[in-house]
Design a protein. Structure first.
Length: 204
């Protein structure tokens, strides 16, 4: 899983590095966030997960840490930080404290890494579609993340609540591309694009 995670994060860095200065205020599929706000969330989650991998069980500051003047730089640094933290000796045998999910318990490390992998494939898509950037996730990543989603994410009433991690699942078909099926299951419209925007290359 660490290899899948590393390659997914590296591709997300490529996507983020392509954000132009005139794109920070564009809307995203995360309807409450602009591109800048989404990236701030991604940076802080990287820092928080890295701290959790290092054994942090009380300090919330990485999850709320300030963002610098160029979020692209901060994102690349935070991605490198979390990949290194996950790969440290013995980390996968431990537990993670993830206060944004549940601050009263810890999660097995392998489950926490799977959460992060799922989140960053989807958020990579969020950024890419918002800025009109093509996606190039490795062929083995999307099916693996779909398996994680099937195992870890449940559809149901709680996904209708304000602030739910994922919106209710949307209709899809068994013949749709695996990425489209994954996005729909997680409540995202695979055909979403900013109002007046153009779809990424390869999408009609």
């Amino acid at each position: 899983m660490l290899d899948l995670h590393c390659r997914t994060l590296l591709h997300s860095v490529e996507i983020v590095s392509a954000i132009r200065d005139d794109q920070w205020d564009l809307p995203t599929p995360c309807t409450q966030w602009t591109v800048r706000q989404l990236l701030a969330h991604m940076i802080r989650e990287n820092r928080g997960f890295a701290a959790a991998a290092g054994g942090e069980t009380a300090d919330r500051s990485p999850w709320t840490s300030p963002i610098g003047t160029d979020p692209r730089v901060d994102y690349a640094a935070s991605a490198e930080q979390v990949v290194a933290a996950f790969g440290a000796e013995g980390v996968l045998d431990g537990t993670f404290w993830l206060p944004l999910i549940n601050d009263s318990m810890v999660f097995p490390a392998t489950q926490a890494v799977s959460f992060h992998l799922l989140d960053y494939l989807v958020h990579g898509w969020d950024v890419a579609v918002s800025i009109g950037r093509p996606l190039a996730f490795p062929d083995d990543v999307v099916p693996a993340v779909r398996e994680i989603a099937d195992r870890e994410v449940r559809d149901g009433p709680r996904r209708h609540r304000p602030g739910a991690t994922f919106a209710p699942a949307l209709p899809t078909t068994a013949t749709a591309p695996v990425l489209d099926q994954l996005l729909a299951f997680l409540g995202r419209d695979p055909d979403w694009r900013p109002a007046g925007g153009t779809p990424p290359p390869g999408r009609a």
